[in-house]
Design a protein around this ligand. Structure first.
Ligand SMILES: [Zn+2]
Length: 443
């Protein structure tokens, strides 16, 4: 036996949604082998013990839409709508990256993820330097499904981000070969065509075919902003999701970020094809995009996950913030019982696991699953008293600063808020230095 977490309030997220008070969770190597009452009698010897008395133990939270490449541009892109935000601030910044700044950006992203209780992410890079993101994930220990952005078309795309259709595919396939399945499956590749307006039809069709051939996931943006939807309609004669369906890109291996402006037909297509949606409430509010009709999507049986999107449109990468917003913003329209805490926590755990195609391995605390776990201490002024429903306490009053321990694949990445795989002071210093350098480069 390698590790046991004792005395916690375990929010299992299993099929019965059991919450087990004082249960112990035993981890052997990278997997959970036992969830239940502590063993009585006969002394068991564990190499490591974490006493989580009074704390909540839950599955690590999962970002189903993230841009680790944008984090150094945090607090430098406020006050824009989507297309201006991309053309004036984000694309020039992304184009200025080199491999060193990209590594600093990814290290900062994963440090923030771990400190805020997220153990996995579905990430979209910029066009170049995606190896640096995988290298950072390999060393920091987070679970990453990611891919380089594909951009072989589009207005206002800087020279540093332009690529040919052939180069875009070749570079993606090379990254897929190098990284897919590495670290015991902790790192996975996903094709990431940026959005309809930055991709030729030829590229999107090829992505659909290559993804099917190689069993790889597709991660893209859809119907985020009304102007974007109008331009897509005038370019393709179709709605965003309808166009993806027409090209064969929808399906259970595809995750679409946003889906704010859907027609009834598009919503039906998502349901029929089992395509996943990632809800990004902070980003949608800050870029004045609107917000997805999540209660309706959930009612329709569409899997909806949660994500922070990029740091410059949020400006945090904190799923506690996203959970709270997701629980709140739909209520004025749908009533106070809509978007229950249980539904929202499911989006941030199992919903994310499904969106990453990892539901057999993560998203709940059950024997056989990977040990991606976090402990949260709700006993501070912000969350006391806890009431009698720890899920409600987490979603409505929980804060990322209450996350104490984080494990991925059974490896402890944070213990009592101290990062064990990243040197936090160095990561922050590098992020300041390279963030400033890139900002000056494009000024
Ligand atoms: Zn995005």
């Amino acid at each position: 036996m390698e590790l046991v977490i004792q005395n916690a309030i375990v929010i299992t997220m299993n099929a019965q949604r059991q919450v087990l008070h004082g249960a112990e969770v035993v981890v052997e190597n990278d997997r959970i082998v036992k969830v239940g009452a502590p063993a009585r009698g006969g002394k068991q010897r564990f190499r490591k013990t974490i006493d989580a008395k009074g704390r909540v133990l839950l599955p690590g939270l999962i970002h189903a839409h993230l841009h680790a490449c944008q984090t150094l541009c945090r607090n430098r892109a406020d006050g824009y709508e989507l297309l201006d935000w991309l053309r004036e601030r984000i694309w020039p910044f992304e184009a200025a990256h080199d491999a060193v700044s990209m590594r600093a950006s990814a290290d900062l992203t994963f440090a923030e993820m771990i400190k805020s209780g997220a153990t996995a992410a579905l990430d979209m890079g910029t066009v170049r330097h995606y190896d640096a993101v995988f290298e950072s994930a390999r060393e920091s220990g987070v679970r990453l499904t990611g891919g380089k952005a594909m951009m072989d078309s589009g207005q206002g795309v800087p020279a540093g981000l332009r690529e040919t259709t052939e180069d875009s595919l070749n570079e993606s396939l090379k990254l897929l070969q190098r990284w897919h399945g590495q670290e015991g499956g902790r790192l996975q590749y996903a094709f990431a065509p940026r959005f309809v307006l930055s991709c030729t039809e030829g590229l999107l069709k090829e992505v659909g075919e290559r993804a099917r051939q190689t069993g790889t996931r597709i991660h893209t943006h859809a119907s985020e902003n009304q102007t974007e939807c109008d331009v897509v309609r005038s370019k393709t004669g179709m709605d965003n999701v309808g166009y993806f369906q027409h090209l064969g890109l929808l399906g259970p291996a595809t995750t679409l970020a946003h889906c704010v402006w859907l027609t009834a037909a598009e919503q039906r297509a998502l349901h029929e094809t089992k395509t996943h949606v990632c809800h990004c409430p902070s980003s949608n509010l800050k870029l004045a995009s609107g917000y997805a009709k999540v209660p309706e999507l959930l009612k329709d049986g569409v899997n909806v996950a949660l994500g922070a999107d990029g740091a410059p449109c949020n400006n945090n990468l904190d799923l506690f913030v996203e959970m709270r917003l997701a629980a709140l913003i739909h209520k004025p329209r749908q009533g106070p019982t809509s978007m229950s805490a249980a539904q929202v926590l499911e989006m941030a755990t199992l919903g994310g696991a499904r969106a990453l195609g990892l539901e057999a391995d993560v998203g709940s605390i059950e024997p056989g699953k990977k040990a991606d776990l976090i402990t949260v201490d709700l006993n501070d002024a912000a969350s006391t008293p806890n009431g009698d429903d720890p899920v409600s306490a987490l979603v409505y009053s929980g804060q990322s600063s209450q996350v104490r321990d984080v494990l991925v694949d059974g490896r402890v990445l944070m213990r009592e808020r101290e990062l064990l795989t990243l040197d936090e002071a160095k990561v922050l210093a590098a992020a300041r230095e390279h963030g400033e350098r890139l900002a000056q480069q494009i000024a």
